[in-house]
Every structure is written in C-alpha cells, then in structure tokens.
Design a protein around this ligand. Structure first.
Ligand code: FAD
Length: 386
C-alpha cells in the first residue's frame, strides 16, 4: 500500500519508520526545502516514550545529542532569584533539540522511505480506490491512504476536515522566540522574568543567545509570512517591560527569523475521514506543555501497528488507532492547558501565588510526578515482530 504522509518533523518520519517496517510504502512530503532547523528543545518523559525510541533503534543516537536539560530560574527586575525549576521539569528524562530529533529520524528512515522536500499537497480527492493528490510542485499522484502529520496548523486537516478555526482552540497566550546576536551566553540555565501576563527569558540556543517570550492575548490576526508585522506585534506586547526586556526586544529589529505562534490546542472530534487520517500535533497537539513529542512517537507506533494488524483495512485500523490513543493523547494535552498561565500568570496576585507554590519543593515534585503519570498513561500494545 502506498501511504502519503505530510510533514517531516517528528510524527511524519516516526510513522514512516513503522510503516516501512510493516511492509507499507511511505512517501513523506515536506513543505520546507530541507529538514527544518530551528532551535527549541523537546523532551521524552516516561517508560512508554523511551520504549518506542528504543524499539525504533534511535535511543542511542538521541542520547549522543541530548542536551541534559537545564534549570529555569525566575528572577526579579534586579536579577535576584524568585524560584527555580530543576532541569527535569522542562527536560524530562531525555531532552534533545527538535531539529536533532528530526534529523535522527530522517537518517533512520531515508533508505526505506521516499522523501519529497519543498512541496505541499494542494488538493485531496478520495475515490473508491484511493486518494488522488495534487501537489504545488510535483505531478499529481494516487495513494491508498494519506496521513496529515503536518503540525498544529495542519494543511491536510484543513483540506480534508475543514478550516483550522473548527479544530484549534486558542488558549489565551502567544509565544515568540528569536536570536539575540552578541549577547553574553548564559550557560546551562534559562533565566526568566515576569510581569503580569508577560514573561521573557534568555537561554543559549543553536545560533547564540535566544530570547523567548510568552504573553497573554486574544486571537491575533496577522500574516504568517509578514516578518515585520510579527516583530511589531511582539514588540508591542512586550513594550515597557523591565529587567533585560528592552535589550532583548531591540534585537528583534535585526532578527532574520522569528518564531511566533499562539498557544493552542488541537480539538479534532474524529482523527480520520475515509482514507485520510491525522497524526501527531495535527490530531492532538498542544503548543507547549502537552508532551506532543512523546505522544507523536507513541501515536506513530500505534497507527502503523493497527494498519498492519488490520491487514491494511483503513476503516478498522483508523478506528482502532483512535480508540487506543485518544484518552492518552487527551490527558497529555491537558498538561498544556495551563502552560501560558503558569509561565505568565495574568495578575500580580496570581504571579505571587505561583511563585509561592513553586518555592515549595513538594509542590514542584507533585507537578513533575503528574506529568510523568500522564506521559506514561498508555499500555503499549504488542503488534508483533516486524
Ligand atoms: C516553543 C515550543 C516548545 C516546545 N517544547 C516542547 C517540549 O518541551 N516537549 C514536547 O514534548 N513538545 C514540545 N513542543 C511541541 C512539539 O514541538 C510538538 O508536539 C512536536 O514537534 C509534534 O510533532 P509533529 O511532527 O506532529 O508536528 P511539527 O513538529 O509541528 O511538524 C510539522 C511538520 O509539517 C511540516 N508542514 C507544515 N505545513 C506543511 C505543508 N503544508 N505541507 C507539508 N509539510 C508541512 C512542517 O514544516 C513540519 O516539518 C514545543 C513546541 C514549541 C512551539
């Protein structure tokens, strides 16, 4: 069976790996001209996550590039510490740069899977026999199945399931990340400063020091391709903040890249329609705090396993995939529900409350434990050898 996967980040290549191992023929189409760089760290934090990576044969490669996590210090205007989170809080049991993860997964799969970079699906037409797919750059092709693994703002979901507004819930915050050339490295730590409804932090990134900001906001209308407009929007949101904010915001002017997005959650009532299904963030993403990376690799294992178990019958397989994964993925997503409010509490009272709670080692340990429980909340089915 020929299976087209849209997206070559985490869910796409993971799914391609399992599909190829189970005798299917995957093709991955990625809109970026090559593997995307871009530097934030993602983490794995449970036996379930690590077991899948080990079964895929990538755990050692990832251990070789793990960042080790870093503590997060929250400071006041003068730089004095208000509280600190231990490295495992943000870094889990294995933390790697998302770009390293995508590279390792691509290396593991490229010999057995077809990759098409710099292209995107423009239309999907389902027939009795398959899905006719039109692309922006390549000639049309027909596949037996199509899987959208193209992230929270999924193209496949928009084409096959309807507009994003019906499937993505805004959680009241935006985030932004950019590089600050020439800034003094901060070492293995991330330092964050809050004012009500706003947070700005610095940490060492791939290309120098990175600034990362989170701010409370309704849905913002802007053109994703208009860098200048996004810079203005972020600068306005952070205007007048104390600590190092002015210096960090000033660096926005010269930034050639800015990652800016809403903090949102995918809410998709059914993950498949006919021969088309969703995986990873496209189906069950939450921008931050939702353990989307671990869920993406677990989901890929389950989806390919169910397709093999059903002998390629997509109706049976897609139903079983969702039944097996939905509760687990939803629970993980719930961890991201309050990520914005945790990082940038909306009022001075809530900020003080959060700080007081986080100074309690018992409370921090409880939060960590709750995350671990969510991340491990699935009994991995055995789909047999492959
Ligand atoms: C700032 C930030 C910090 C995060 N931190 C963590 C963390 O600590 N732990 C964690 O578990 N998760 C974290 N996440 C979430 C994590 O990045 C995602 O859950 C994970 O990457 C999901 O993988 P995915 O493959 O489903 O989607 P994505 O990683 O979003 O990849 C989607 C891919 O599809 C491609 N694509 C998009 N449109 C098209 C198109 N039209 N055609 C073809 N391809 C397309 C994209 O270029 C991309 O390669 C964080 C996210 C952000 C934004």
């Amino acid at each position: 069976m020929r299976i087209l996967i849209s997206g070559a980040s985490v869910a796409g290549p993971s799914l391609a790996y399992w599909l190829a191992r189970r005798g299917f023929s995957p093709t991955v189409v990625e809109i970026a001209p090559g593997l995307r760089g871009g530097g934030y760290a993602v983490d794995f934090r449970s036996e379930a996550h690590l077991a899948i990576l080990a079964r895929m044969g990538v755990l050692d490669d990832l251990r070789a590039v793990e960042t080790g996590g870093s503590p997060m210090r929250f400071v006041d205007t003068a730089g004095a510490e208000r509280f600190a989170l231990p490295p495992e809080f943000t870094g889990g049991e294995l933390e790697v740069l998302r770009s390293d993860l995508a590279r390792v997964l691509h290396e593991r799969t490229r010999a057995d899977c077809e990759y098409v970079f710099g292209d995107t699906i423009t239309s999907l037409t389902e027939t009795e026999e398959g899905v006719e797919v039109a692309f922006a750059a390549s000639a049309p092709r027909t596949f037996d199945l199509v899987i959208g693994a193209d992230g929270l703002h999924s193209n496949v979901r928009r084409l096959a399931f309807g507009p994003e507004s019906e499937h993505v819930t805004h959680l009241g915050y935006h985030l932004a990340r950019w590089t600050v050339p020439g800034a003094e490295p901060v070492g293995r730590v991330s330092v964050a400063y809050n004012e009500p409804g706003r947070m700005i932090s610095v940490s060492d990134g791939e290309r120098g020091v990175d600034a990362f900001a989170v701010f409370a906001s309704g849905i913002l209308a802007y053109d994703r391709r208009d860098l200048a407009a996004q810079k203005r929007l972020v600068a306005d949101a952070l205007d007048g903040m104390g600590w190092r904010a002015a210096e960090l915001v000033a660096a926005l002017d010269g930034a050639d890249e800015l990652y800016c997005d809403s903090i949102s959650r995918a809410d998709v009532p059914a993950w498949s329609r006919g021969r088309i299904a969703l995986a990873g963030d496209a189906a069950h993403g939450a921008t931050v705090g939702g353990m989307g990376t671990g869920s993406a690799v677990v989901g890929a294992y389950v989806l390919a396993g169910e397709l093999a178990a059903a002998g390629g019958d997509h109706r049976t397989a897609f139903t079983a995939y969702e039944k097996e994964l939905r509760d687990f993925a939803t629970l993980c997503q719930e961890g991201g529900e309050n990520a914005g409010a945790f990082l940038a509490p909306a009022t001075a009272e809530r900020l003080a409350e959060r700080d007081a709670m986080m100074r309690s080692p018992e409370f921090a340990a409880m939060m960590l434990e709750a995350g671990l429980e969510r991340a491990g909340g699935i009994d991995l089915k055995d789909y047999g050898p492959c």
